[in-house]
Design a protein around this ligand. Structure first.
Ligand code: SAM
Length: 368
């Protein structure tokens, strides 16, 4: 488990120290964006903290679940009214799994940088992808690293210098890391120090992490109100959609028509599906496949909601089709020769057995 840098001493004054980002003018555009992204589905917040975003999002009718490492931060969330309906799991958001799937996962306020290695950040994307519904999206808010402001050879950039807070970031450019140092003035005038390690990331690297995890960039903005992202943007809001449409496709069978170009096949092979072409000079192969698909639809899937390939195997339609179903085009024989098939005039007693939960009746010569 990564180290928890948001213990009691940070949690007890987090909302006060970060008052600027609790301002409704900051929170509301973010919540508007996230409500729209969630649609009618549920949302998963990584690093839910004291509920700055999760609480107003839940108040807008979105079911929210959060993951956070810090019990102290979550205790602050729980102390706020109306948070009972927000589920929280304590754990590392790079690896922790929670029940259910989500139409939206989001990671705001530069919290991706709290994962201090590239491996952890990639694992986080993969964890998100495994929680998203097909078509769902992962929204990240991240600061654009301020390297333009760092003169060559220097390592320190100020964050805030005020009476109550002095903060600066110490860059380790070679390792794409920074340590954020903060000194807060206590009531007695002394300063308390807080330092935490971060790994800063560029939007382009996040795009690549998304691809590693089976997602693709859908939108990139310079702010929650969909401000354009430009060379001057200080923040990037990325909407990384899950490439969900081909998630469950393993094979594509197609004929050899020239309209199927190699780029058509590429769409499937890049999604790790295998393209199977019908055999050469066997025109009947395509017709047989199409006939099977039509029959399976008419006799089975039009009437039964079949959810997965395993489910289809369990309803036994393929066995019924090949071993038990008399085919008119085969003189009422089954494709697989069946010694127990009934030849009409010679049969003695016939038994009836139901298949597909009674959708189909199978008739058999009684063995007795
Ligand atoms: C900067 S705060 C953001 C909190 C909240 N999202 C907000 O916008 O106010 C970062 C939060 O992420 C949590 N966090 C940091 N690294 C984490 C990790 N690896 N797994 C789970 N939570 C983590 C911290 O405990 C903290 O609550």
């Amino acid at each position: 488990m990564p180290e928890d840098y948001f213990g009691e001493h940070v949690a007890e004054r987090y909302d006060e120290d970060e008052a600027e980002v609790f301002d409704p003018a900051v929170v509301e555009p973010a919540v508007d964006f996230l409500v729209e992204s969630a649609g009618t589905g549920a949302a998963l917040e990584l690093g839910i903290g004291t509920g700055r975003i999760a609480i107003p999002l839940a108040q807008r009718g979105v079911r929210v679940h959060g993951i956070d490492l810090s019990e102290a931060m979550v205790a602050r969330l729980r102390a706020k009214p109306g948070t009972e309906q927000i589920g929280v799991t304590i754990g590392d958001f790079a690896t922790t799994t929670v029940q259910g799937t989500f139409s939206l996962a989001y990671l705001v306020f530069n919290t991706i940088g709290n994962l201090a290695t590239q491996d952890q950040q990639v694992a986080c994307f993969q964890n998100v992808a495994s929680h998203l519904e097909p078509g769902g999206c992962f929204v990240i808010e991240v600061v654009v690293p301020d390297l333009q402001g760092l003169p060559h050879g220097e390592t320190i950039r100020p964050v805030e210098v005020s009476d109550r807070h002095v903060g600066f970031d110490e860059y380790d450019v070679a390792n794409q890391g920074l340590i954020s140092h903060h000194y807060y003035r206590a009531e007695d005038g002394s300063f308390e120090k807080f330092s935490g390690p971060f790994r800063y990331v560029w939007p382009a690297e996040l795009d690549l992490m998304a691809r590693v995890a089976g997602m693709t960039l859908r939108e990139r903005w310079g702010g929650w109100k969909r401000e354009p992202f430009t060379s001057d943007s200080r923040k990037a809001h990325l909407d990384l959609g899950k490439a969900g449409r081909l998630d469950n496709v393993r094979y594509l069978a197609r004929d050899r028509d020239a309209k199927f170009t190699s780029s058509f096949d590429d769409v499937f092979t890049t999604e790790e599906a295998t393209v199977i072409r019908t055999p050469v000079r066997v025109p009947r192969a395509n017709a047989v496949a199409e006939r099977f698909v039509r029959t399976v639809r008419a006799e089975c899937t039009d009437r039964i909601l079949v959810l997965t390939r395993r489910h289809l195997e369990r309803v036994r339609y393929v066995r019924h089709y090949n071993d038990e179903r008399p085919h008119r085009g085969l003189q009422l024989e089954t494709p697989t020769p069946n010694p127990r098939a009934i030849s009409a005039p010679s049969c003695q007693r016939i038994r009836c057995r139901d298949a597909l939960g009674g959708l189909i009746h199978e008739y058999w010569a009684d063995a007795a």
